[in-house]
Ligand binder design. Structure first.
Ligand code: SF4
Length: 347
C-alpha cells in the first residue's frame, strides 16, 4: 500500500460520526514485515497527523516472525505495536504448511525472530493453525507455546475459505475428535501452575456463555471491521472476502479510498446492499434454526460462501469446529467441580 493510499485511508477512517473513541489498526495477510520499518514509521506518522485527539489508535501486526530484528523491535517499542506471531507449534507441525518457495520450512527463522523479542522483553502472542496432525498433540502444543512466555494463544483451524480449497481437518476430523483435542488443550492449560495460559478461544467462548446476550458478531455488522486492500479497495464483513479469487472478490469491493468522499458512501453501493441483504438473511436463518446462535451471532460470511456457495447458508464445518465444539467443551469444563480456569470478560 502506498503512503498516498495510507493518507486516504486515514482521511476516511477519521470521518466522524462513524468512529467513536477507539480504533485498532492491524496489518496482516501476506507478510507485513516484507515492507521495512521505515514504511510503517511513515504510515503511522501519517495516521497520527490526522487522528482526532479524542480517538485512541492501537496498532498491531500479525507476522510469521522470520524477519524480526532489532530495527523492528525499536519500532514496536516506539509505537507500542501489538505483535502476533503466526506459529503452528513444533517444527514438524509448522513446517508442514509454512514453507519458502525452495520448499524449506520457516520454523527455524520464526524462532530466531521470537528469540529477538524475548531478548528485548517485548511481549507477543501466538496464533497457530490447527490441522489434522495437530489433533493428537493438544497437550504438547500448549506446553510448547507456553515455553516461550506469550501473552496469549489463539488457535485457528485450517479452513476451507477463499483460495484455501483444502482442509485436512474437514477431511479427517470428526466433531468428537476435535472436542477431544479441545479437552486436551484445556487440561494442559490448567496444569501450567504459576504460568497462567491466556487462551483466546476459551476466553471468547466463556465470555459469550457468561454474558448471556447474543454474541456481537463483527463479521456480519457493516463497518465494524473495515478491510482495506493494498490498492485502497474497501470491503467490510469477513476480512478474507478480500482474498477471494477474482471475479468473486469483486462482489465484495464496495469502494476505493481514492474515490470515496466519505466512508458512508459504501453503504449505498449496489454490491454492498446486495451482500448485506444476503448476509442478513443468513443471520436470520441461523437465529431461527441454530441453538448456538446466541454464542455465535450468525457465523462467518466468507466460510458460508466458501463451503456452501451462499452467504444465506447456516451451518458450516467452520462453525462446528470454531463455535459448537468450543461451546460444548467449555460448558463441560465450566460445570466440572474444582475447575482451575479464570475468565476475563475483556480480551
Ligand atoms: S453455529 Fe453455525 S449455524 Fe449456528 S448460528 Fe453460528 S453459523 Fe449459524
Amino acid at each position: 500500500m502506498t503512503l498516498a493510499t495510507v493518507a486516504e485511508v486515514a482521511r476516511l477512517i477519521f470521518d466522524r460520526p462513524l468512529l467513536k473513541h477507539e480504533l485498532d489498526i492491524v496489518w496482516h495477510a501476506g507478510e507485513p514485515l516484507t515492507m521495512p520499518p521505515a514504511y510503517y514509521k511513515q504510515a503511522i506518522e501519517i495516521i497520527e497527523r490526522q487522528r482526532p485527539q479524542d480517538v485512541a489508535v492501537h496498532y498491531g501486526i500479525q507476522t510469521n516472525g522470520t524477519l524480526i530484528d532489532d530495527a523492528w523491535i525499536d519500532l514496536f517499542e516506539q509505537r507500542n505495536i501489538t505483535v502476533g506471531i503466526s506459529l503452528d507449534g513444533p517444527r514438524d507441525l509448522h513446517d508442514r504448511n509454512r514453507k519458502y518457495r525452495n520448499g524449506s520450512g520457516s520454523h527455524e527463522r520464526a524462532l530466531a525472530g521470537i528469540a529477538k523479542l524475548q531478548a528485548r522483553g517485548y511481549p507477543f502472542h501466538f496464533i497457530g493453525v490447527v490441522t489434522a496432525p495437530t489433533l493428537s498433540r493438544g497437550s504438547e502444543l500448549i506446553d510448547y507455546y507456553q515455553g516461550f512466555g506469550p501473552t496469549a494463544i489463539g488457535l485457528n483451524i485450517e479452513e476451507l475459505e477463499a483460495q484455501n480449497t483444502h482442509s485436512s481437518l474437514y477431511e479427517d476430523c470428526t466433531r468428537e475428535t476435535f472436542e477431544r483435542f479441545i479437552g486436551d488443550v484445556l487440561r494442559a492449560a490448567a496444569q501450567q501452575g504459576d504460568r497462567p495460559v491466556v487462551l483466546r478461544d476459551f476466553q471468547r467462548t466463556m465470555a459469550s456463555l457468561i454474558a448471556g446476550v447474543p454474541e456481537d458478531n463483527d463479521q456480519v455488522i457493516p463497518l465494524r471491521m473495515l478491510n482495506i486492500a493494498y490498492n485502497g479497495d474497501i470491503s467490510t464483513f469477513s476480512p478474507e472476502l478480500l482474498a477471494l479469487n477474482v471475479p468473486q472478490r469483486q462482489r465484495f469491493i464496495f469502494g476505493n479510498v481514492h474515490h470515496c468522499k466519505e466512508l458512508g458512501d459504501i453503504l449505498s453501493d449496489d454490491r454492498f446492499i446486495s451482500a448485506y441483504r444476503e448476509i442478513s438473511d443468513g443471520v436470520a436463518s441461523c437465529a431461527s434454526e441454530c441453538e448456538y446462535f446466541e454464542y455465535c451471532g450468525g457465523g462467518a460470511p466468507v466460510n458460508k460462501l466458501s463451503e456452501k456457495g451462499s452467504l444465506r447458508a447456516t451451518a458450516t464445518s467452520y462453525c462446528v469446529f470454531t463455535k459448537k465444539a468450543w461451546v460444548d467443551v467449555c460448558l463441560q469444563f465450566a460445570n466440572a467441580r474444582d475447575n482451575q480456569f479464570e475468565v476475563s470478560l475483556k480480551m
